[in-house]
Design a protein around this ligand. Structure first.
Ligand code: BT5
Length: 261
């Protein structure tokens, strides 16, 4: 393990990760994704790293993922995708579908906003960060799910996109371990389904709750901002939009904002 192993001692070590592999629970880590990537040599397919308190959670493009102590689910799942012919990029939508399915079990209906947001009532409830270790090719899929964050906390952060939590939606607090178990169960099922049925399974499930369906949107890819009509998620995970001249544009990543009708 990496030199920081002495610094962060895991508090639980259970066989309840994906496919019954180890789940490592830490009292506190800066970032579960960063820890997993730093210690990737000691991890394998199906391991899950969870932090009760995540002090420097990160989003895409090194943005900050905020979570007050002990309120949220912060975890990273390790997937070895090297033996599959399905595009690795499909693990990201598969994970979003798994989060949606877990929320459904708590009576919360969510929609999926390409590429990595899970939304409830037009507010972000979860974000996903997928990173690949370049040497082992292991995929680290980080999930941040707002469970017991209250609206005062979220309001003070004033994110560009409105945010919510399970507690705000149902006016109820949730036991984090129960939410974690449910989520790992739906994640395992969804990844199994991807490997068994292939990409069509993910496309079909995505369409059932596609947040962008029928919308005009702008996508900022970092290099350009293009506005157009949403034309679906492709079978490799890319987003397609059609601009006002009829030209089609494909994106691997970017920030999507909806245009007001
Ligand atoms: C994401 O990035 O949404 C990916 C978040 C992944 C977090 C997990 S937690 C476990 C694992 N370990 C990590 O270190 N990370 C992963 P992005 O699409 O770039 O969105 C980030 C933006 O979401 C921020 O710039 C804020 O505007 C907003 N944001 C931050 N915290 C939030 C929260 N708790 N709820 C809703 N929005 C939030």
């Amino acid at each position: 393990m990496h030199e920081n192993k002495e610094e962060y001692i895991h508090i639980k070590y259970e066989k309840r990760g994906l496919w019954n592999e180890d789940l490592l629970v830490f009292e506190s880590l800066p970032s579960t994704n960063a820890w997993a990537l730093d210690n990737i040599d000691a991890l394998k397919h199906g391991n899950v790293v969870r932090a009760i308190n995540q002090t420097a959670g990160r989003g895409r493009f090194n943005r900050i993922w905020s979570a007050p102590e002990g309120c949220n689910l912060n975890l990273s799942a390790i997937i070895n995708h090297t033996h599959s012919e399905t595009p690795i990029t499909m693990l990201l939508p598969a994970t979003a579908i798994a989060v949606r399915n877990a929320l459904k079990e708590f009576n919360i209906e969510a929609t999926l906003k390409w590429p990595n947001d899970v939304m409830v009532n037009n507010k972000k409830i979860a974000g996903i960060l997928a990173e690949v270790d370049p040497e082992s090719n292991l995929l680290v899929i980080g999930i941040g799910l707002n469970v017991n964050i209250d609206s005062d906390y979220l309001g003070n952060l004033s994110f560009p996109q409105a945010a919510t939590s399970m507690m705000i939606e149902l006016n109820n607090t949730f036991e984090l371990d129960a939410v974690c178990s449910k989520l790992l169960c739906t994640l395992e099922k969804t990844v199994n389904a991807l490997y068994h049925y292939g990409v069509p399974y993910i496309s079909q499930e995505w369409k059932k709750s596609d947040h962008l369906s029928g919308q005009t949107l702008s996508i900022n890819s970092g290099k350009s901002i293009i506005t157009g009509l949403y034309s679906g998620m492709q079978e490799n995970g890319q987003l397609k939009i059609t601009d006002s001249t009829g030209k089609e544009h494909l994106f691997w990543s970017g920030d999507v904002s909806l245009q007001k009708p």
